[in-house]
Design a binder for this molecule. Sequence first.
Ligand code: IVH
Length: 705
Amino acid sequence: MSDDMNGVLKQPEQSRIERAAELRKILSYHSWRYHVQDEPEISDGDYDRLFKELVAIEEEFPQLVAPDSPTQKVGGAVLKNLPTQEHSLRMYSLDNVFDTDEWAEYVQKTLRQVPEAKPEDMIFWVEPKMDGLAMELIYENGVLVTALTRGDGYKGEIVTANMRTVRNLPLSLRTENPPSLLEVRGEVVMTRADFQALNTVQAGKGAKIFANPRNAAAGSVRQLDSSVAASRPLRFMAYGIGRVEGHPGWASQHEIIEALAGYGLAVAPEAKLCNNLAEVAAFYEDLSKNRQKLAFDIDGVVAKLDRLDLQEALGYTSHAPRWAVAMKFPAEQARTKLLDIQLQVGRTGVLTPRAVLDPVTVGGVVVSYATLHNEDEIRGKNLLVGDTVIVQRAGDVIPEVVSSVPEERDGSEREFHFPASCPECGNHIHREPGEAAWRCVNKLCPAMRKETVIHFVSKAGLDVQGVGEKWIALLMDREMIKTPADLFRLGKLDLLKLDRMGEKLAGNFVAAFAEVRTSASLHRLICALGIRHVGEQTARALSYAYRDLDEISQAGLEDLQKIPDIGPEVASSIVDFFAEPGNRELLEDLRGLGLWPRSEPPVEKSASESPLGGKTFLFTGTLSISRDAAKKLAEDAGAKVVSAVSKSVDYLVAGDAAGSKLTKAESLGVAVISEEEFRKMLAQIPEKPKNQPVPQTGEQGSLFD
Ligand code: IVH
């Protein structure tokens, strides 16, 4: 604490300081009894009285508020954004197998990789695979200082304020002698019961309904207002550790978990040691059968080799440990009635059928709709409206109809036929020979226009943060906007005309568009336009080859086809897009708004300056930064990045534990360089002007010429 703060704050007597410390200890003990052990020793009323006593002391002497005080669990702080931080050790993902036979094969392979290991060393610590959000908690000298999401494994979002609100999470470890540093890893989850209750409350408020407990947990942790997180019934279940300092360490996985439980962290109670393959198989079968009885959603079992010396000997592949594997459960299925088939008109005019189902619980989630893709699928699966059908849901995947049960037909079922006209605008619909999709031919179809604007702001487009699809749809329905450009002209007062739109949300909305207007890259803007056949890759290629949308719109079919990955079909789709008067109008509108990003000079021009320009790179193994970040560095320097080894690769950048790609590259004579050498190449590039938005007025062109 600084001196001048001491000057203003009233000094507590020693007895008050001691009482605050005592209360913190008592409260965190009872919080642990209640939330982790599920065995409270005192009544809720007694707990509240002790809690209030601590609050009173802390209010009087704010200098006594410690970051691990139980009072800090009730969040209220509004974070400005989610900053990120590197994980000190990478958070890997897991390889999957789909049954115990596949798992037995994995064990055989493992045995071959560590010749010193004997079959009797194959002792596994097995745990449920919890379906939530991976999290790292950093405890320094026993006090929680930082919580990070997994992110891309290298870098996570800092969500400390939100995680502090998680009731079963100790803000300080329950030990006299904590390690100086302990990174605890685990999953943030929500019980199915809590999830259902939350959705009921959300529905009552007209707020977002979550698809499943995992989304609810992730959405609660990754939002800005920690008082919202505080109101959500989140739990943290520990399953491992990251870096540890100031502790002799442990010899096995089960010792780690026992230590974490001893520190007051919740761990999966079902977890256990299995001494042989049969025991692991039995554990898997048992949980697979009884998963519905568990409080949490699980999607499999994780088996980890128990001995840490063996874990170390096995190490990691480019993305997962070799010493652990996830055994996933088969997709969950249920029977229900197919009540109807509806058609949804997408951005490109495609009419996608979806099954309207008699709501049924599949894997703990109520399913009312399932995708049917296209007309052929309805025929292929022999689906009649009114049929009994088998519905399946696997993990995060959209539920699907597996098949009908024709034996259960009673004659009342009817075939589904595509209508002659678009259900949204009444115009003619058409199916090209050889294509599976029916399309609405009306370019002005309101459903298509709505989807176009939604796509423009979505993650696949400009990725405007925090602007929900529902608001866009509502603005379109109200005719407050017609095109994506209109969104940039909306002011707070316009938005406040909408029901349930508050000051704060309206402010965020306007700020999000203002931010994107000046920061969007050419690549993202091309994606946002939703040109048919132009995905992420092609958009990036276009943004390398041309400096702005003017240049792209002037390119002819032949020019376009000189760009890697662009064939005749894609080229003509691009030319058609820019020839369309409505699209030209939109572009002029965006230019007028100042949303007119320019890219770096094209690769050919930078090739002479950058040693990477025009060269093809491939990354493999573990690097100090994420693969995506490395890719971006290379691409920004004018290089092309590919994912497969071939003779056309100029440089393979090999990180730690590089595997088969390295061997193949060496056999093909591809130059192999280290990450450090790659960085040295980057360092040789002269500074170039950054992507810059064009100012709203003036002769923008001259700035760059
Ligand atoms: S161990 C290096 N254990 O599954 C070890 N992960 O598919 C990696 N998960 O990101 C994690 N329950 O979030 C482990 N008992 C468990 C788990 C578990 C759920 C998640 C974890 C990870 C993902 C990988």
